[in-house]
Design a protein around this ligand. Structure first.
Ligand code: GAL
Length: 375
């Protein structure tokens, strides 16, 4: 009898002590089955007391960055301990499907549409064997945050529509602009003036790295790297979150921003992005605005301290509010491992503020009490 109780107590103690109580950026993050979490380029949605973390399911080896499996989902009540909920959008066997195995599906972001009572998953889609040329935004739908999601449609956004406030004189190409040498000041000015918007006007604008943001009035926006990753586009979504309203703006033209992540604090919108160096880390940027559609003001690199110039060897993916806390936000980033993508790790840090600017400071180990600590 005594032995039986000891075994039970031992079992309970193992459960209690094996629970995570901290975030350890860059380390292996084990799920509740003891396996490193596989949810890269991810995003978070909070539903009825549960956080859901959606991300790219990577595989081993060089092909591990193509989508051979799909998007995974993990759930947690405390943000430290995550249960694997499985694959919520599967890469399909059908070779004619746009999401056939071997395509590239990146940066899944799930939002809830109150009106339709549906979960809507937006992601970056590249068609199989076309590298990063397709540059599409794609959307899938589910009745539950745990999926399964059903692929709905892919887009080149804003086909045949000029951005808000686009000048008439910029709607017509200047005769010699196609001859301009890339990265010269003249070429950058031409990009700023909409050379690539004009190029993609008929076909629809490019959409690579992306995020989705839902405002307090339930209007949602796709924020996507466009114009060969030179300019971010902010495109308003229709009320069902499945299409575009044709209301869109350009942000930081020719500024070369990727990996956008947005949050709103005390009525001000903030965005953190990266530069464009593929899987290699670079210096993050931050911006603020009084409206999601802009204008956005540059606030510089939000990272401070050692390795601030490399975003602590990571690239932004999402920012989310902590439920039940006022204005506390977690910055999520990826430390990519292109040689074995499944080993990629997660850099989560608390967002602090100084002089109205978001600040990210490295922490080897931290928990939610860190928000109470001074910078
Ligand atoms: C990064 C981007 C990733 C992925 C990668 C491919 O810049 O943020 O999501 O697309 O490039 O090289």
């Amino acid at each position: 009898m005594r032995l039986k109780y000891s075994i039970i107590i031992c079992f309970i103690c193992t459960i209690i002590y094996s629970q995570n109580k901290n975030f350890e950026p860059g380390k292996q993050w084990k799920d509740t089955d003891g396996v490193h979490i596989n949810a890269h380029g991810g995003g978070i949605l909070f539903v009825d007391g549960v956080y859901y973390w959606y991300g790219e399911h990577k595989t081993e080896g060089k092909s591990g960055n193509t989508s051979l499996v799909g998007f995974s989902c993990y759930s947690s009540k405390d943000l430290y301990n995550w249960k694997n909920e499985g694959i919520v959008l599967k890469a399909e066997e059908n070779p004619n499907s746009e999401i056939t195995k071997g395509c590239i599906m990146e940066r899944p972001k799930v939002i809830f549409n109150k009106k339709m009572s549906k979960y809507i998953l937006w992601f970056h889609l590249e068609l199989k064997d076309q590298g990063y040329n397709a540059a599409k935004a794609a959307v899938a739908i589910s009745d539950s945050p745990k999926g399964p999601f059903k692929f709905y449609k892919s887009y080149r956004p804003n086909k045949g529509v000029w951005p808000i406030g686009f000048k008439n004189e910029n709607k017509i190409a200047s005769a010699d602009e196609s001859k301009l040498k890339s990265w010269t000041p003249e070429w950058l000015t031409a990009v700023d003036n909409g050379m690539l918007v004009r190029r993609d006007f008929e076909k629809g604008q490019m959409s690579r790295d992306m995020t989705v943001y839902v405002d307090d009035n339930n209007k949602a926006y796709l924020i996507h790297s466009s114009e060969d990753n030179l300019t971010l586009h902010i495109s308003e979504l229709t009320d069902d979150y499945l299409d575009f309203t044709e209301k869109w703006t350009r942000m930081a033209p020719a500024g070369h921003n990727e990996a956008p992540a947005v949050f709103k604090k005390n009525g001000i919108y903030y965005m953190i992005t990266s530069g464009c160096t593929g899987w290699d880390p670079n210096e993050a940027r931050s911006f603020s605005a009084n409206s999601v559609l802009g204008p956005w003001k540059s606030l510089g690199n939000p990272c401070v301290g050692e390795d601030a110039a490399l975003t602590f060897h990571s690239q932004s993916t999402y920012i989310f509010p902590i439920q039940g806390k006022k204005e506390q936000f977690i910055f999520m980033a990826d430390r990519w491992k292109p040689e074995n993508p499944i080993d990629g790790s997660y850099i989560w840090l608390p967002i602090k503020f100084a002089n109205e600017k978001p600040i990210l400071k490295w922490a080897e180990k931290w928990n939610l009490n860190a928000f109470a600590e001074k910078l």
